[in-house]
Design a protein around this ligand. Structure first.
Ligand code: ATP
Length: 238
């Protein structure tokens, strides 16, 4: 079988003396949507932040198509096509929608292609095309999430890491954001989604990982996880 797009092996992550992840292993293949679910504090954000080079790995290996990226910082990880939409969006509220989007195209290749990328973002999020000159801080939460995802798309990712994309959004906007994630995946971008809305994440993903207290406790097809006793107990509260 060919090398997966993303392979994480034996990953240990610490915050000072406190260990947040132990021996974590995940894989994402080309074109897949994979979700990571788990209770609060299980280590989901830590996992995607470490893959994205925002937080350092203490041990283990992270590779993209076989190339070791374990020690790379965020902007270099982005150069390998792995781009994160962080929890809380982190957009620049006093800048316009357009300026926020263009910031995502800072990689050399992405910069050259930024007009075509912008057109692609507006096709996925027509609302943003109508609001290009508006200050990002004046948008609704859902629209801000669209800006954050759009900015990540401007970097021309092969793998998009989405940390809690539905957090704080009205249900109708959650639908819109998830619909867009599905279309982005349809364009060939692989997706890892970390979600507190477990049902939603399992519905969009083909495979899933359940994290508990910093370890992978279960993985497999999303359907199988949805029906598993562990998921029902630890994150669905059933
Ligand atoms: P949530 O759904 O609440 O965001 P999570 O599954 O994303 O949870 P993380 O935020 O990755 O979990 O946290 C994993 C563990 O690491 C927790 O015990 C948390 O307290 C700890 N942790 C996270 N960030 C830091 C930090 N900056 N400094 C110290 N400990 C941290």
């Amino acid at each position: 079988m060919s090398e997966p797009l993303l392979r994480v092996r034996d990953l240990d992550v610490r915050y000072g003396d406190a260990q947040a992840l132990w021996d974590v292993a995940i894989e994402v293949h080309e074109g897949e949507t994979v979700c990571v679910v788990g209770p609060n504090g299980a280590g989901k954000s830590t996992l995607v932040n470490t893959v994205a080079g925002i937080h350092p790995a203490h041990g283990g290996r992270i590779s993209v198509r076989g190339v070791d990226i374990t020690r790379l910082r965020g902007h270099r990880v982005c150069g390998h096509g792995v781009v994160i939409v962080p929890e809380g969006r982190r957009i620049f509220p006093r800048m316009t929608v357009l300026d926020n989007l263009v910031l995502g195209a800072y990689r050399k290749g992405a910069r050259r292609a930024h007009r075509a990328s912008l057109a692609g973002v507006y096709e996925i999020f027509p609302r943003l095309a109508e609001r290009v000159g508006q200050l990002a801080g004046s948008l609704s939460g859902g629209e801000q999430q669209m800006v954050a995802i759009g900015r990540a798309l401007m970097a021309q990712p092969r793998l998009l890491l989405l940390d809690e994309p539905s957090l704080g959004l009205a249900p109708v906007l959650v639908d819109e954001v998830y619909d867009a994630i599905g279309r982005i995946n349809g364009l060939g971008v692989s997706v890892v989604v970390v979600e507190q809305d477990v049902r939603r994440a399992l519905a969009i993903a083909s495979r899933a990982y359940l994290l508990g207290e910093g370890r992978v406790v279960l993985s497999g097809p999303a359907d199988a996880l949805r029906d598993s006793a562990e998921v029902r107990r630890s994150v669905l509260g059933l």
